[in-house]
Design a protein around this ligand. Structure first.
Ligand SMILES: [Ca+2]
Ligand SMILES: [Ca+2]
Length: 326
């Protein structure tokens, strides 16, 4: 029977000794550093404490937004309601916050184009048309035909792996120098558009010469456009028949639209074919289910934190469905 191998030969003992000495040396350096950096560490700790506190102040702004939307009248949604004046509301809250302040706004996501509609099978050509109209109306200087961007977005979102000969699926994304997977599912946030073939940051963020898509797109509204909150570009993009000065004036003069007109084309004096009329009826509304809260928490020390939350209202319940700290 062989004896147990000896664990440490002479040479190995030497290695262990060196390791122990090195460890002691390391701890010594660390102790010296601890005392030298103590002041800096305290400052870092204060900063961290303040940033966490500012974050919670911003978070309480989101909670205030949820409370405000829970008691909002769901018959119509427009900026003449309490949620449209969140700034005033937040200033009133400041007196309870001991010099900490919340500032921010609640906006309607249904005033924007829902990018995820490009993944819908139903009405796809019309959603694509709407996206293309929006890119053209914003005068975004795309290198490729905006239709190609729309097709690439369609493929990014739709479940299948069929690029239809004009889009981009898994094969394209795997051929990149730093490959990644095609999502084949709905976008979680509008910024995700930057991963899609053909998109450039400037198309989204804008330049000195044109506005980007950022303020005009959303995800998760289902595609309904609220006539009370939509910008002119978004209203015009709905269909060629909506891209008309008289129609835009009729929308704006009628605000707030407290009653859903149903046949919006008739209500707004739109000259449209039967199909266009149906499309306008399908897309336009005067209510919303998805709101966005942008909140900033500030402390007297100057610490500030921003929070963005997407709030979804189902009947009179309001849930946070997306939350980002920045
Ligand atoms: Ca309302
Ligand atoms: Ca796909």
């Amino acid at each position: 029977m062989m004896g147990r191998p000896r664990l440490l030969t002479g040479d190995r003992r030497g290695v262990v000794l060196l390791l122990v000495l090195a460890t002691i040396a390391l701890f010594t350096v660390m102790v010296v550093n601890f005392s030298a950096d103590e002041g800096l560490d305290m400052q870092l700790a204060y900063n961290f404490r303040d940033s966490v506190q500012a974050q919670y102040v911003a978070r309480s702004g989101v909670e205030a937004a949820v409370a405000l939307l829970k008691k909002d009248d769901t018959a119509y949604d427009a900026e003449d309601e309490d949620w449209g004046d969140f700034g005033q509301y937040a200033m009133g809250a400041a007196q309870y916050l001991d010099n900490q302040t919340i500032s921010g706004s609640i906006t309607d996501e249904s005033g924007r184009f829902d990018l995820n509609c490009l993944g819908k099978a139903e009405g796809l050509s019309l959603w694509i048309e709407q996206f293309v109209n929006l890119v053209l109306l914003l005068e975004i200087d795309t290198e490729v035909d905006p239709r190609e961007l729309a097709y690439a977005l369609r493929d990014w979102i739709d479940e299948d792996d069929d690029d239809g000969g004009n889009g981009a699926e898994e094969r394209y994304y795997q051929s990149l120098e730093n490959p990644y997977h095609c999502k084949n599912g709905p976008l979680d946030c509008p910024e995700e558009i930057l991963l899609v073939k053909g998109m450039k940051p400037e198309y989204y963020y804008g330049t000195d010469h044109y506005k980007g898509l950022r303020d005009y797109v959303a995800v998760g509204t289902g595609g309904r456009i609220n006539v009370n909150t939509a910008s002119e570009a978004v209203l015009r993009s709905v269909s060629k028949a909506m891209d008309n000065d008289g129609v835009i004036k009729a929308v704006q003069d009628g605000r707030p639209w407290k009653v859903n007109q149903g046949d919006w084309a008739a209500a707004l004096g739109v000259t449209a074919s039967g199909d266009e009329r149906e499309w306008i009826k399908k897309v336009l509304t005067n209510t919303t289910e998805v709101f966005r809260a942008d909140m900033k928490g500030s402390l007297p020390s100057g610490a500030q934190m921003n929070v963005m939350a997407i709030l979804q209202r189902v009947q009179s319940d309001v849930k946070i469905v997306y939350y980002k700290i920045y």
